[in-house]
Design a protein around this ligand. Structure first.
Ligand code: BGC
Length: 803
């Protein structure tokens, strides 16, 4: 049913078509006096409103805003209510700056620890990602600002991010890569959703009728609009036909004409355009009708929310001999560049222009510690300059202290949108520093700043390890509160820390270098892999220490819920995160040993006990039946594990759940069934996927097409194209050595040719790109002539048609 029938009937076809692509980098098209324009801004952990020069890579400055901890950090709090408060604070800032849509939260599943945007995502687990996504959406939307969860779906690698095909079996797609969005949509009711850049099983996410129509709208009852990721449009007509409402940033007049021509030729029905416009308009009209009166922002209060969020998210990973909390007047040496110049957020579209950034070296003055000094210790980005001198200064300083607090982690170049990480270690200069400091025999407390999983082969050299992730603008005081015991840490990891990168499933196949990225591990992502295959890990999923201890007792189970009593058995007040995992030992299906199905965080004074309850929901026992294309329950007994982390089961019980008889998968998918995940071949995966899959083994010259990436020019026929490709690789390497990611070049490098026409406001037509491709493919003169001809055709088209 068309809601805005009256209004839509007054618009011409061209006007309607023009609404389905943006007006500028951040604004939607307006129609004089009838339809206002709506403003969209990043981002997931703080507003990035660009009032001046605009870009979608975080290159130009944005208005000042509060920088909250990134999603990877917030997830460690396991505190949905607190995340809602962050969302509320963020939404208020958006409202204050007249921004109608905040482009976040990011919900993608961390399929591999090297995923370049893991710092922007919550977890390797869909239940947790969905719950926190919903919490953030509720918070943002409680201010009448709209949230736009992203990137729907299965957007797991940065390499070729706009030209990668995520090949996933249907069950895994539904249980892992869409359950996160399902929870966010059903429990958060976002008004906008951003489609991903990539393809899913051969169809671009933005043209995927299965995802956008069948799943999102029909199954989940989503009633907002779908926006492309920036520059993510592939075929505008196909996008509109299959459920996408808005292309951003802007296709210019070309976008309008494509749709008009498609209607005139009968390829697209005008009614479909009306539906898309209606879905879009409903949100635009509602959001722009919100009273303009700017909310008064209390920056101090916003900062306190950022502080609280950072504090709740800090994870204590090791604490030998209770060295933490540090006693009053302890003589501490501060070592490591991050103490003075913090790493508190990631690079790219989520970059916030911080309002009030704290540093450890300044904030420590407010604590009763005896600071003997600060030593930089290492150069960022592994720069060799002065390395030895910096190390020696640090050693001398440490010798004067009782305890050295050493600030380590990933530097800017190690973690950014646009590039996957190359390895999982911290920069070598930091490891070398730690080796030397360990020789002083002064106890070392290491504080980590990193938005994603790292290897810690040096963990035995340190007395304590505290992970602050990327703590936002108030991360420093939050960390000092934990180090000094003003706050008892309660964060727990929302992702697994393997011993080494090679332990992750199909480690050497990530990121996929060719177009197809085969999700061969199926359901066995993160702890679903390590725990099921009994692989030793460094820190398990859900792990985190406290300055107190908790006892779990009195488990009661019925058909609706589990309840148990938690007691703080130590002498310090603190919070415990209780986790509910469900397994089915005698399952006839391929299944991970345990899956997270509930959690709760309970704060207790010393000696206090509290009963906590975790209700079951529609996700607790379900699995996705790929034959029936629906979620079902396997009949039988299930094990319930009440745990401190995935490996630390404190109480367990069993329950019978009525469901359906299922087909035994032991012989259908033997390796998956018996958890021989690392032996899985493409043929095994083809069985699971339901179609024979093959690798693209072409290594020679490639014939480049609209969807080939600019980096594919390395294999182009034209030497000129190969030269350009070499120049880009060189420029990338140069930026690496400078220590700052060059986001522009990264974007171009991974961008498909088609994006040239999608990102130039109509100045370059798709036919002009065909000309460029002919040049790249070795037909220089023919290509050049086409390019010039099409240039004039495009120019004329623009001149003759006005919308
Ligand atoms: C990112 C999105 C972001 C958009 C707008 C894209 O490059 O993938 O997450 O919201 O830019 O800045």
């Amino acid at each position: 049913m068309i809601k805005n029938k009256n209004l839509i009937s007054k618009l011409s076809l061209e006007e309607k078509a023009s609404l389905l692509s943006g007006k500028s980098t951040w604004e939607t098209v307006n129609v004089d006096k009838v339809i206002p324009s709506m403003f969209l801004s990043d981002g997931p952990h703080g507003l990035r409103k660009q009032s001046g020069a605009a870009d979608h890579l975080g290159l130009n400055a944005s208005d000042l805003a509060t920088c909250f901890p990134t999603a990877a950090t917030l997830a460690n709090s396991w505190d949905a209510e607190m995340i809602t408060q962050v969302g509320h604070a963020l939404g208020n800032e958006a409202k204050n700056l007249d921004v109608q849509v905040v482009l976040g939260p990011g919900l993608n599943i961390k399929r591999n620890p090297l995923g370049g945007r893991n710092f922007e995502y919550y977890s390797e687990d869909p239940y947790l990602s969905g719950k926190f996504g919903a919490a953030m959406i509720r918070g943002i939307q409680s201010t009448q600002t709209i949230a736009s969860p992203k990137h729907f779906a299965a957007n797991s690698q940065e390499y070729r991010r706009m030209a990668s095909n995520s090949v996933i079996d249907e069950r895994t797609l539904r249980e892992l890569y869409t359950t996160n969005f399902e929870i966010a949509v059903k429990e958060g009711s976002p008004k906008v959703i951003m489609s991903a850049y990539n393809q899913i099983n051969g169809t671009y996410a933005n043209e995927n009728a299965y995802l956008l129509e069948d799943v999102l709208r029909k199954e989940w009852h989503f009633d907002g609009f779908v926006v492309t990721d920036w520059g993510g449009d592939n075929n505008h007509v196909a996008g509109v036909a299959n459920g996408s409402n808005l292309v951003m940033p802007t296709l210019g007049l070309n976008g309008t004409l494509e749709l008009v021509d498609a209607v005139n030729s009968g390829e697209l029905q005008e009614e479909v355009i009306d539906e898309r416009v209606d879905e879009l308009l409903s949100v635009i009209l509602e959001s722009t009708a919100v009273k303009k009166s700017p909310v008064e922002i209390n920056w101090e209060k916003q900062h306190q929310i950022a502080h609280k969020a950072a504090e709740e998210s800090i994870v204590l990973l090791k604490n030998n001999d209770d060295i933490l909390p540090l006693k009053k007047d302890t003589k501490v040496a501060l070592v490591g560049d991050f103490a003075e110049t913090p790493r508190y957020q990631g690079a790219g579209s989520s970059l916030v222009n911080t309002k009030n950034l704290e540093t450890i070296t300044e904030s420590i003055k407010n604590y009763q510690l005896n600071t003997v000094g600060f030593a930089q210790g290492y150069m960022r980005a592994n720069k060799k300059t002065n390395e030895e001198q910096l190390r020696n200064e640090a050693i001398e300083l440490v010798k004067k202290s009782d305890v050295a607090i050493v600030f380590l982690g990933l530097d800017e170049i190690s973690e950014s949108e646009g590039a996957d990480r190359k390895h999982m270690r911290i920069p070598a200069a930091q490891e070398r520093l730690l080796d030397e400091l360990a020789k002083t025999a002064i106890p070392l407390v290491v504080v980590l700043s990193a938005g994603s999983v790292i290897e810690t082969p040096w963990v035995n050299q340190v007395s304590a390890l505290v992970h602050g992730y990327l703590g936002g603008e108030a991360g420093a005081s939050a960390m000092l509160d934990v180090l000094t015991g003003r706050h008892n840490p309660s964060g727990k990891l929302a992702e697994t820390y393997p011993v080494k990168y090679e332990d992750t499933p199909f480690a050497d196949e990530f990121p996929a270098k060719k177009k197809d990225s085969f999700y061969k591990e199926g359901l066995f992502v993160g702890y679903r892999y390590y725990n099921t295959t009994n692989k030793k890990v460094r820190f398990p999923f859900g792990f985190g220490l406290s300055y107190t201890t908790f006892q779990y007792a009195d488990l009661k189970v019925n058909q609706e819920q589990v309840s148990l009593t938690i007691t703080n058995t130590g002498t310090t007040a603190g919070a415990e995160i209780v986790q509910l995992y469900v397994g089915k030992k005698d399952s006839l299906l391929v299944r991970p040993a345990k899956e997270l199905k509930g959690f709760t965080k309970v704060y207790l004074e010393p000696g206090e006990s509290r009963q906590v309850t975790m209700p079951f929901d529609d996700k607790t026992f379900r699995y996705y039946n790929a034959q029936a294309h629906s979620f079902e329950i396997e009949d039988g007994n299930y094990q319930l594990y009440l745990s401190g982390n995935i490996e630390d089961v404190r109480l367990s019980s069993e329950i019978h759940v009525s469901g359906k008889k299922v087909q035994n998968q032991a012989n259908l998918f033997p390796k998956y069934f018996s958890h021989q995940i690392s032996d899985i071949t493409l043929a095994d995966f083809s069985d699971l996927y339901g179609e024979k899959l093959s690798e693209d083994n072409n290594t020679g010259i490639l014939k480049l097409e609209q969807n080939s990436t600019i980096s594919d020019m390395a294999f182009a026929k034209s030497w000129l194209a190969r030269l350009v490709s070499r120049y880009l690789s060189h420029a990338l390497k140069k930026s690496e050595s400078r220590g700052q990611p060059n986001l522009n070049i990264l974007f171009i490098y991974n961008m498909p040719f088609r994006a040239i026409s999608k990102m130039t406001n109509g100045a370059v037509s798709s036919q002009m790109v065909d000309g460029m491709l002919q040049i790249v493919n070795g037909k220089f003169w023919r290509g050049l002539i086409k390019l010039v001809q099409e240039f004039y055709i495009n120019k004329k088209k623009i001149k003759n048609r006005t919308v």
